[in-house]
Design a protein around this ligand. Sequence first.
Ligand code: FAD
Ligand code: FMN
Ligand code: SF4
Length: 659
Amino acid sequence: MNEPVPAPPQPFDLLFQPTNLGPMALQSRVMSPPHFSAIGNLWGSDKDAEKTLAYWDRRMDSALGLIVMTGRIAHQLIPGFEPTGMSADPIGFFRLPVWMERAKAFRATAHARGVKLACQMTMIGNHPFAASRRLSSPVFNNPPHVMTREDIARTVAEYRWSARQAREAGLDGIEVHANHDDILQYFLSPLTNARDDEYGGSLENRCRFLVEMVQAMRAETGPEMAIGVRLNMAEHVPEGYDLQGGVAIARHLQQTGLIDFIHAVVGTPWGNPSYVQPHFFAPGQWAQMAGVFRQALDLPVVHSGLIKDPAVAARILAEGQADVVGIARGFIADPDILAKARDGRVADIRPCIGCNECISRRYTENLPFGCPVNPHAAQEVDGPWPQAKARKALLVIGGGPAGMELAALARESGHEVALWEASDSLGGQLSIAARAPEHGRYEEYLAWQRARIARAGVDVRLNHRGTVENVLAASADVVAVATGAHGRRPDEIAGAQDPAVLEASDVLMERAIPGKRVLVVAMDDGMPPLALADFLGRRGHDVTLVYGTAGPAQNVGRYILGAPLGRLDALGVKFRYMEQVLRIEPDCVTVRHSYSLVERRITGLDSVVLSCGGVADSGLYDALSGKVDSLHLLGDAYAPRKLAFATRQAFALAKLLNS
Ligand SMILES: Cc1cc2nc3c(=O)[nH]c(=O)nc-3n(C[C@H](O)[C@H](O)[C@H](O)COP(=O)(O)OP(=O)(O)OC[C@H]3O[C@@H](n4cnc5c(N)ncnc54)[C@H](O)[C@@H]3O)c2cc1C
Ligand SMILES: Cc1cc2nc3c(=O)[nH]c(=O)nc-3n(C[C@H](O)[C@H](O)[C@H](O)COP(=O)(O)O)c2cc1C
Ligand code: SF4
């Protein structure tokens, strides 16, 4: 009898191969790097912890190999010193009374699913510790406290104590955070380390603090726990270390024999790229650099950074660029990303669009966590999305992001749903945003939503404008108005109503073509003016943005901003700040300084384009008020904001309809 023919290898088999990171035996070659600080606080109230554990529990079904949890080390400060800025909290997680109990609970959940659990050890630099007086970037200017030998010794002891906690909690490993502006990066980097003692100067000296730390930790953990180092492969600033410098650091660490893996990444908290790389970069853009690390080392290399889907992950593994791949945001956007890869349902994966709301909402806008493409994220504690208690007929007017999400969720709960859209396609303003350079992932998301809506069985009618008459005639139980917004032509600017003054949406859709020299009136605290400037700059226009604020895009997090600003500078785009536009005339624009109130004239322009936010299209809702019992308004039609606001309102309303 012939031998059975082996099944052809599945494209994602590589992801599901077991592997080892030192003593840690992983069930797959996929890990999830730290990302839950913004999602929930495992070390906060019982409720917060329950929420965070539920988030992870939902993501462990799919042969995930390893989770690394966030871990801040206690700062050893003088009494009364108050660190300021993000990540400046001096309280170390490992010192919290709840740490042990919560870490054990997390470990038990993970181990029950075959997932290994490690903790990160992080101490962000300049809060206030630094290696020397040199600052790490031109955008943070807090003078540091230069660490003395005593500070170093106390910090090493704190890491050692924290490692003991990790061992007692039964964790499988520790990842030392020596990247992303950590105090350790301050020592490793020639940019920030100008010490003239045994902790500065040569490579060996710059690595000494980290090596002493790992020695101390290893003395606690013994060989049974894995210890890895998360390292920037290169610093991406001329005075910092380059790829060869990064490899040299990794080789030095390797030869100590103390560590089990290197987690090779890129990014700074402020920069270009940031450490949470937005959609302006190509998926897996830095994997080749990781490949250089892997070639140069005998240690296993973990790599993460914009590995947005299983195809990118499998490619990196197949090309030998990493032993293990890390996925953070891909798991936020779709908890089943791996399960779907394993089951051949890749097209079903809800795509992460790289917008970074997951980190910016909390740290820039002081809002609760939210992922615009997956409003279920961080709500897992409530269990699976429920079926409706009473089936209703829902009519949704407007097929932008808000209407699409509501229609899909309601249909998935078993309601009977019709979605009317006035134009010939679903997508709303997000289809316009998707036209800007490197915004193609917005369109990927819209395509996914369209497919989801079709699969769910929503009755979609395109080219069908809702009016008072046809809505009333439809006799739905519930009517939701998600008619969005249109571009704002500010009343307060004389001349802004002139049709010769263009609107951003028309320019992006190429319904209007501006002249060579363009002034963009940027009255929007988000991305649209920058996206528009990029669109125009790449088409050869001379672009100037004029802002009333002291800087650009004040609601856009620092995790995003560096990339577009770097690109715009390279394109020669010019910025004017603190100037309120008063008047637009054919040959001149008059601005007034926001604070001195001095007026100035800008001349030599061919076109003026408005990027001034939106005006809610709520007329239909107003006209239906009092005529429909269950009438709702959501998304930009309520108040123009962003995608995350639209889909989160849809989620909240869908929940209400189910109650
Ligand atoms: C240029 C630009 C760039 C942007 N960039 C970003 C970004 O980077 N990140 C981000 O988060 N957000 C961005 N936004 C904002 C984001 O697109 C909106 O917040 C979001 O689309 C709002 O969704 P919505 O469904 O409420 O409204 P809309 O997207 O406006 O959708 C409303 C829909 O209703 C339809 N409609 C209107 N009236 C009727 C009617 N009577 N009957 C039937 N259909 C009707 C419209 O045709 C439209 O399709 C951008 C917006 C623009 C214009
Ligand atoms: C909400 C959020 C919180 C994060 N927190 C940490 C952290 O505590 N430590 C760390 O090293 N990286 C942190 N990161 C970075 C991720 O670990 C990861 O390197 C980054 O998101 C790129 O991977 P991705 O493209 O798969 O998301 C965080 C990322 C996000 C989105
Ligand atoms: S879609 Fe945006 S918010 Fe959601 S995970 Fe991706 S980057 Fe974060």
